[in-house]
Write a protein that binds this ligand. Structure first.
Ligand code: MOS
Length: 751
């Protein structure tokens, strides 16, 4: 385990000086491509049994009968867990003390609230026996009609959206703004339900030892998972050890511990043996969250110069019948375009689905599709180029709050991306460009944005008398490169070359690194690492500057520099000594210190903090058959300090490719009679493959931000998905003259 939890490959590009900013390859890359990286489901503790979920095939009603006898009679089946024999929990899984505490389906009764809800767990000596046992349960249901679709049920205004922001907000009077406008547009856009579909399904391997728990499971937030499990089982969080060194993707679905993961823990309790439970692909379409569908109406007014006089953005969305996550789509209109009047509002319906949850850029992804499409329509209505229109309405301060931006290099993003793309030669009118093969060609653009969030994190730094260093924090790497970026920050914080730094993460017995979500992990845990490094260097400097035998004697803590494993005098860099010499003279084998990362409350009050970007898209459309191909994407993003350009670019690519998916591929289709999802598999739930992904370019625009945090990091995990789908839709219009109003864009919409 130690090997997996502390990755110490010598990076090829490591060099003297700053590690931050180097395009290092992933420290965990070698383990991953050689199969050496052990994911949760790869673990097999001795005596382990296999647990398989039986899930509901109805959307609403109750389970009237389960043939548990037939299942138990099957060879190899050890036990069947149902509401009748499920071990007791310390709290009701339907209890909700805070907005982050989502209600779980843990066999509390016979009710069915959505398709694919767990109704029993079969535990057996083999995976095959457990799977067959689950099939033998042959459930009988009393079904009620499923509530599906955004029109089907009575709508209401939720108390909050996302994790609780006001559902209705306004600045100025949009009706007055619209009345005074010379030009107006109004348009409605629909976005579909999407499911996270991480490559690695949710999985857990769990062993009880008395009241202690040993768990391998993918988690984007180890301490939160630990706390939730502790609450459910009434045990101390420190009695729960969760290892999550590698995640095969998360996208938000592994932010909170899900019901099936807790069912694995319950199953292990019931049988008194270690248990492994892995979701099948179709079982992920329900209990682990999804992106809710939206229908958004935008109204905009413009004066004679193309300046916005009003933006009204209304979003209808959906939640489950039993919990309260609402996709904050309309809030996308708070940030990007200056307007004297802005109104955003949400209403919602309750459907018989699993509770929607955070999914990569929740709110911003869906909202920016509608907003960027509407902005394109508004520009055309004013007879203006879409880039010129956006610059005319450029927000010099955050439109909704009037706060100055901590930094905003969006003009530079527009300029660099437009120039690289060749935007200047774009004809204003649609349907004017054809390529040599006769395909209609169109160019479109969208603006990208995502808030620069920070949460709370801690780290522990150690310097050792052999000249090496250790940095520990329970960070989570979903594939984004946390193992590498944090080691780079640690190396600089400790004043060591990166090959002298051991970095430990991915385990709940390390300091709490907060959540890998909200694009805030690098900033938050990175600041904890940076501060822990600074604190341990300060202790080391105290040892040296206070000792007459040291060449640093009398320099004072401020008077020394740490670099390459040595402390130097700031006023005379020829005078210094190594960490090892300082520690050995003091008779110490190591010294340690802790650091925290958190948002700065003062600058939080003063500044609006967002990353920005611009995405330009080229599409080609078959004039006869309406088939759409994205042929080129160019994005430019400004998100503060870049810790590792290779990893950051890769995050932008991932987001932009998801934008292609949003525009042209992804949609979970619900059967209107049964309420079941018809395409709950990767064959029919379309995501882009290599053939769908053309040339994608991501430009990193320089941006210094002195306010977001001392390292100047804003976060890059989610911004790439914003802006891109709108840019593609706008390119489709430019190619065809037809406005896409529902996503994914279908061939029949263009005919
Ligand atoms: Mo993300 S949806 O913040 O994991």
């Amino acid at each position: 385990m130690t090997l997996e939890l502390s990755l110490n490959q010598q990076p090829a590009h490591a060099r003297q000086g700053s590690s931050i900013g180097q395009p290092l390859t992933r420290r965990d890359g070698f383990l991953k491509v050689t199969g050496g990286a052990r994911y949760a489901a790869d673990n097999h503790p001795p005596g382990m049994l296999y647990a398989v979920l039986a899930v509901s095939s109805i959307a609403r009603g109750r389970v009237a009968a389960l043939d548990t006898e037939a299942a138990k009679a099957h060879k190899g089946v050890v036990e069947v867990m149902t509401p009748k024999n499920r071990p007791a929990l310390a709290i009701d899984p339907d209890a909700k003390d805070n907005p982050f505490m989502f209600r779980l389906d843990l066999l509390q009764n016979d009710q069915v609230r959505y398709p694919n809800q767990s109704i029993a767990v079969v535990i057996a000596e083999t995976l095959e026996a457990a799977t067959e046992g689950a099939a033998l349960l042959s459930p009988r249901y009393e079904a009620l009609p499923a509530r599906v679709g955004l029109d089907g049920a009575k709508s209401f205004v939720p108390r909050g959206v996302g994790i609780g922001g006001p559902a209705v907000q306004h600045k100025g009077d949009v009706e007055t703004g619209l009345r005074s406008a010379k030009t107006r547009i109004e348009a409605t856009y629909e976005t579909p339900a999407q499911y996270h579909n991480a490559m690695e399904p949710h999985a857990i391997v769990v062993a009880w030892d008395g009241d202690r728990l040993s768990i391998d499971t993918p988690s984007q937030g180890l301490a939160m998972a630990q706390g939730r499990i502790a609450g459910l089982f009434g045990i101390a969080p420190e009695n729960i050890h969760i290892r999550s060194p590698f995640l095969g993707g998360g996208f938000g679905s592994k932010g909170m511990i899900s019901g099936p993961q807790v069912l694995g823990i319950l199953a292990a309790r019931l049988v008194g043996r270690p248990v492994k439970l892995v979701l099948r692909r179709e079982q992920m379409y329900g209990p682990v969250g999804h992106r809710a569908p939206t229908r958004q109406t935008l109204r905009m007014g413009m004066d004679g110069e193309g300046r916005l006089t009003a933006i009204d953005h209304h979003a209808r969305t959906a939640s489950s019948t039993f919990d309260d996550f609402f996709e904050p789509a309309a809030d996308a209109s708070h940030t990007l375009y200056a307007s004297p009047a802005i109104a955003t509002s949400h209403d919602a319906v309750r459907l018989d689905t699993g509770t929607p949850l955070f999914m990569r850029a929740p709110g911003e992804a869906t909202g920016s599709i509608a907003l960027e499409s509407a902005i394109d329509e508004a520009a055309h209505a004013c007879g203006m180029d879409p880039l010129e229109f956006r610059l005319r309405n450029y927000a010099e301060v955050e439109p909704m709050t009037g706060k100055p931006f901590s930094s905003k290099a969006l003009r530079e993003c527009y300029r660099q991306a437009a120039e690289t793309f060749g935007w200047a030669s774009r004809p204003l009118q649609p349907r004017l460009m054809r390529d040599a093969d006769g395909f209609l060609t169109g160019w479109g653009m969208g603006t990208a944005t995502f808030p620069a969030l920070m949460f709370q994190a801690e780290a522990r730094a150690v310097l050792r008398s052999d000249g090496s260093g250790l940095m520990e924090t329970g960070a989570q790497d979903m594939g984004q490169g946390a193992w590498t970026a944090f080691a780079q920050i640690a190396a600089d914080g400790l004043g060591l070359d990166i090959d002298r730094v051991e970095f430990r993460a991915g385990s709940s017995d390390l300091p709490n690194a907060g959540i890998a979500g909200g694009s805030g992990h690098t900033a938050t845990a990175g600041m904890a690492i940076h501060n822990a490094g600074a604190a341990v260097i300060a202790r080391l400097a105290d040892l040296a500057t206070g000792n007459e035998a040291s060449p640093l004697f009398g320099a004072g803590n401020e008077g020394v520099l740490a670099r390459g494993g040595r402390l130097y005098r700031r006023d005379d860099e020829s005078r210094g000594e190594s960490y090892a010499e300082i520690l050995m003279r003091a008779g110490l084998t190591e010294i340690e210190a802790h650091g925290k990362g958190a948002p700065d409350p003062a600058s939080q009050e003063t500044y609006a903090k967002h990353a920005h970007g611009a995405v330009f898209a080229e599409v080609k459309v078959d004039p006869d058959f309406g088939q759409i191909r994205v042929t080129r994407l160019v994005g430019a993003f400004a998100a503060g300090r870049v810790i590792n350009p290779r990893l950051v670019r890769s995050q932008y690519y991932g987001g932009m490719i998801w934008g292609i998916s949003f525009a042209l591929h992804e949609e979970a289709i619900t059967d209107r009679r049964s309420g079941r999802i018809q395409n709950a598999n990767l064959a029919e739930y379309h995501v882009p493959v290599n053939a769908d992904v053309p040339s994608v370019e991501a430009l990193l625009v320089h941006e210094d931000d002195p306010y977001v945090n001392a390292l100047g990091i804003k976060g890059v995990g989610e911004i790439g998905i914003t802006g891109t789908a709108g840019a593609i839709a706008n390119a489709v219009w430019h190619a065809t003259g037809v406005r896409p109003r529902r996503f994914p864009i279908r061939i029949e919409d263009l005919l």
